[in-house]
Design a protein around this ligand. Structure first.
Ligand SMILES: Nc1ncnc2c1ncn2[C@@H]1O[C@H](COP(=O)(O)OP(=O)(O)O)[C@@H](O)[C@H]1O
Ligand SMILES: O=P(O)(O)O[C@H]1O[C@H](CO)[C@@H](O[C@H]2O[C@H](CO)[C@@H](O)[C@H](O)[C@H]2O)[C@H](O)[C@H]1O
Length: 455
């Protein structure tokens, strides 16, 4: 029997029936999700037409609250994208949940059921953490924790209210559970990297406490629990304050350069480092050019810059010797660095969410992370009405000087390499903004234009 989730009952959906036979939703719920998902910050590709939508895994967390994996197909795209959702279904929802209602479906008895986003409902998120605490299997989900790490019970959940690509739930200001929204088969580097670093004694990381994954229809990390830093301020907030002229950020920027270099050293010691092939600069320049062409096919405004950027990459291909390849952060920007107790803590090792997991878990040049942070200073300087390019320049120089104090290279000595990596990152950002925050696209587009001019 194919159980249609269009008739999600308010209580006791027989989870095993759904699990044994993944149901393709063709009815009202599919239509609701297809309308609702593209408006969510975590949805990749709001500009693309959805051609199919199917629930490929459904697990009842508690009566009326479900964990779902949804497979979305887009017109003209070969591969489907998978998303993780928590959905609730009830005849009535309390006022605090009303703004999270997705729509109505007809229940099994012909009654009206409201379907809502249950990440905001403690009836879903409390049992979820409880499962993490107890470990074991529920439906397609497997919950694990590290020996000797205790996940306390009775912590009140709240959804973190920040700009983010996934959804994080803070429990009692003690723990933070990040639910990966876009799910790809395999282990997520945001679990792998901090775990390996912690084993190697890296002190600035936040060692995961627990995690959960799915094993059907494929193996994938779904969520990671880490200690929550209560007294932390993220780098973006500090940098914006400074760019607005309210505070100084230079000492922090230098220290951030040092912390980034220390992370690279730690990563190169904790993970095996393979010698880079002799022609890897040429290959990387080729990959950048390929990414640029693909990006231009998605965002036509980039077309005009393809010839100049191709020259920027060609110049990089001739630059003698890029640096050894190693594991890097992969998506380093100001919101990934938290200032607490006079130290920088680096979080979110997921990499660029749009890239395939295998690529994100591969070795890359550490210059990529440096370029990521320089791009972030540029964002901080150009958001809002009063651009501060000189702020970005000064902060970037100070960050690079800090990096050179601890790292294995001085970013200021490799201008051609750095510019190519900045351009590559800016091109990624153009596509990211087109898919997630079209109003922000002018920031990376202006950077693309500037990087072309300086070549
Ligand atoms: N351990 C933590 N303690 C305090 N705040 C955190 C912690 N981890 C993440 N955050 C906050 O949550 C935000 C989003 O986390 P992040 O891992 O970057 O999620 P995403 O991949 O969805 O962007 C960060 O910018 C930071 O402000
Ligand atoms: O949410 P993630 O950390 O996975 O990263 C994605 O979203 C980021 C925005 O939240 C995006 O970062 C871009 O915008 C930032 C300002 O909001 C800026 O500081 C970064 O330099 C810029 O890249 C990131 O690219 C994306 O992967």
């Amino acid at each position: 029997m194919a159980l249609s989730l269009t008739s999600l009952p308010a209580a006791s959906l027989p989870a095993t029936a759904v699990l044994s036979e993944p149901a393709v939703i063709r009815g009202r719920l599919a239509a609701l999700l297809a309308r609702w998902m593209p408006d969510q910050r975590w949805f990749a590709g709001r500009d693309k037409k959805i051609t199919s939508l199917a629930v490929v895994s459904a697990t009842e967390l508690t009566p009326g609250c479900f964990h779902l994996l949804v497979e979305v197909g887009h017109r003209g795209e070969q591969h489907c994208v998978h998303y993780q959702l928590l959905l609730g279904a009830a005849t009535h929802v309390p006022p605090r949940l009303r703004r999270h209602v997705i729509g109505e479906v007809e229940g099994p008895a012909g009654n009206r059921l409201l379907v809502y986003d249950a990440v905001h409902d403690h009836r879903a998120t409390v049992p979820l953490l409880d499962r993490v605490r107890r470990g074991g299997t529920l439906g397609n989900l497997r919950f694990e924790s590290f020996p000797r790490t205790a996940v306390p019970s009775g912590l009140a959940p709240r959804v973190l209210d920040v700009e983010q690509s996934n959804t994080s739930i803070v429990y009692g200001d003690r723990l933070i559970l990040k639910l990966f929204r876009r799910v790809q088969p395999g282990i997520n580097p945001d679990l792998e990297v901090p775990t390996v670093l912690a084993r190697h004694g890296y002190a600035r990381g936040l060692a995961p406490t627990a995690w959960f994954h799915t094993f059907a229809p494929f193996f994938a990390t779904l969520g990671v629990v880490q200690p929550y830093l209560t007294d932390a301020t993220d780098g973006w907030t500090l940098a914006r304050e400074s760019a607005l002229g309210r505070t100084d950020f230079l000492a922090e920027a230098r220290d951030l350069g040092r912390a980034t270099a220390a992370l690279h050293v730690a990563l190169s010691e904790a993970f095996p480092v393979a010698p880079a092939p002799a022609d890897h600069t040429v290959r990387l320049a080729g990959a950048m050019t390929h990414r640029l062409r693909h990006a231009a096919s998605l965002v036509p405004a980039l077309h005009a810059y393809v010839p100049q950027l191709t020259r920027v990459y060609a110049e990089f291909a001739q630059a003698d010797g890029d640096l050894p390849l190693q594991r890097i952060h992969g998506d380093l920007h100001l919101a990934q660095v938290l200032r607490a107790g006079g130290d920088w803590h680096i979080v979110d090792f997921e990499g660029e969410p749009a890239k395939p997991l295998a690529e994100r878990r591969g070795d890359h040049s550490p210059v990529g992370d440096v370029a990521g942070m320089l791009r972030s200073f540029d964002y901080a300087a150009h958001i809002g009405d009063a651009p501060r390019p000189e702020w970005a320049e000064r902060t970037s120089a100070t960050f690079c000087a800090g990096y050179a104090e601890v790292g294995r290279f001085d970013p200021q000595d490799i201008a051609v390499t750095l510019r190519a990596h900045e351009a590559d990152r800016a091109v990624y950002e153009v596509v990211y903004e087109a898919g997630h925050r079209p109003d922000w696209i002018t920031v990376p587009m202006a950077a693309v234009a500037r990087l072309c001019r300086t070549s």
